[in-house]
Design a protein around this ligand. Structure first.
Ligand code: PMV
Length: 359
């Protein structure tokens, strides 16, 4: 499997104009991706739950124009023109042009909106880039109607990866692996795949309540963060730890060992932040309230024996994860004891989901 398979040879239909709309979810990693090589190739394998509620809806309208040497597009977020989004789209188009050679033949209008507030501290790059990749693949499918769903999704994931690494895990659900791993058949550095082995029912209905501790802009962009893993004193050890955790998870997911799952997930979250705290320059992305919440979760777990756990992205917000079976008690605890640590009491109830949908 290599990049060449995604370079189209010819299209059977020509298209003058059209519009496609996709809704694509965010995802939350259990084993984290942090550190990459050239061309968005991850240093280690990662696995995530696809989410259901935190989504981006993107419409892509396109009209044929005279062939030109540059890309032509306008971007709107919530009906407002966003000039500041254009450099990211430009980089994305440059990276994927070889795989979608029609890009310079059209003028595009990209209209996008998120179900979660833009300034919530929830990264919209995974859902945003995957939604755009799905729209672009719809154009290619119209040009080549014989395309299989498998190829469509695989190439969408491949393209989304070139926009934002973790976006390649947002095409399908419910558990997605990205990054070659010796023990996971079909895993690839180029795109995400559905986790191919048995998953115990306890992990099939996981809930993710996202506590918005700090809605501000991220202090460190993930591009800068990934870059700081080059020459990081603990880099190789970290990549090995992540790959070892992936191996451990295979048995844990099969047997429904929730305690072992929690240990891997929380250790991964803290290891991700430990990498930022020990890079040069160093950062602390957790806030005092992040730590308050983590300590409260640990205490509640100890006192009740309930399988409540947390993970973190590259920011201060806390994802609280737990099986649906315990939702009533855990949500009550969240409302009574954790919401006070959220900015303006803001939180989002999400859960494991099944991937992008065409609207
Ligand atoms: O997709 P990026 O380049 O924004 O990287 C995101 C990495 C983390 O969200 C911190 C971890 C992960 O695996 O999703």
């Amino acid at each position: 499997m290599n990049e060449q398979q995604f370079i189209p040879t010819k299209y059977s239909n020509t298209i003058d104009s059209g519009k496609f709309t996709w809704s694509s979810p965010s995802n939350i990693a259990i084993v984290k991706y942090w550190g990459k090589k050239k061309d968005q190739i991850p240093e280690n394998s990662s696995i995530s739950f696809t989410l259901e509620t935190c989504k981006t809806m993107t419409s892509l309208s396109f009209t044929k124009r005279k062939l030109s040497s540059n890309f032509s597009y306008d971007v709107f977020l919530d009906n407002e023109k966003k000039e500041d989004f254009k450099p990211k789209i430009e980089t994305f188009f440059k990276r994927i042009e070889v795989y979608l050679p029609f890009l310079k033949n059209y003028h595009f209008v990209i209209e996008t909106t998120n179900t979660f507030p833009h300034s919530s501290g929830i990264a919209s790059s995974a859902s945003g880039m995957s939604a755009l990749a799905m729209c672009l693949m719809s154009i290619e499918k119209q040009a080549n109607p014989g395309m299989t769903t498998h190829y469509f999704n695989q190439k969408a994931s491949f393209l989304a990866r070139l926009g934002s690494g973790s976006a390649c895990r947002s095409i399908e659900g419910d558990l997605i692996v990205w990054g070659k791993h010796g023990m996971i058949d079909g895993s690839s550095n180029l795109f995400g795949i559905k986790y191919p082995y048995d998953v115990h029912p306890v992990f099939k209905n996981y809930q993710d309540t996202i506590l918005l501790v700090d809605k501000g802009e991220k202090q460190v962009s993930s591009t800068v963060g990934h870059d700081l893993m080059h020459g990081h004193a603990f880099a190789n050890q970290r990549f090995k730890q992540a790959n070892d955790n992936m191996a451990k998870l295979i048995g844990v997911l099969k047997n429904g060992d929730v305690d072992a799952f929690i240990e891997i997930m929380e250790s991964e979250a803290l290891s991700l932040h430990a990498m930022m705290m020990t890079s040069i320059p160093y950062f602390i992305l957790m806030k005092p309230n992040t730590l308050e919440i983590i300590n409260k979760i640990w205490l509640f777990r100890q006192n009740t024996g309930l399988p409540i756990s947390f993970t973190l992205d590259a920011g201060a917000n806390v994802h609280v994860l737990y099986p649906e079976k315990h939702m009533k008690q855990i949500l009550e605890f969240i409302k009574n004891e954790l919401v006070a640590y959220c900015q303006n009491g803001h939180y989002i109830c999400d859960k494991i989901g099944f991937g992008a949908k065409q609207l």
